[in-house]
Design a protein around this ligand. Structure first.
Ligand code: ZN
Length: 77
């Protein structure tokens, strides 16, 4: 199993590449989960801190991702 710590290269230099790769994977995973949540689950909660009750009433993200939701076969109405 790969370690998520800086490694010493053959030339003796310290390489942060394993740490950088782990950070990139973590950010990509978080973005993917946020995208899946916004497309398949969100009913206004994501924008509620910004828009308040209007976010639940208008359901902007649900309407924006509506076609993607149906294309993926997820039930929504
Ligand atoms: Zn629908």
């Amino acid at each position: 199993m790969a370690s998520i710590t800086p490694v010493t290269t053959a030339e003796g230099a310290l390489s942060w590449r394993p740490v950088r790769d782990a950070v990139i994977v973590g950010i990509a995973l978080a973005f993917a989960l946020l995208t899946l949540y916004s497309v398949f689950v969100d009913q206004g909660a994501l924008l509620a801190p910004i828009l308040g009750q209007l976010s639940f009433d208008q359901n902007f993200i649900h309407e924006f991702t509506h076609d993607a939701r149906h294309l993926a076969g997820a039930p929504c109405h």
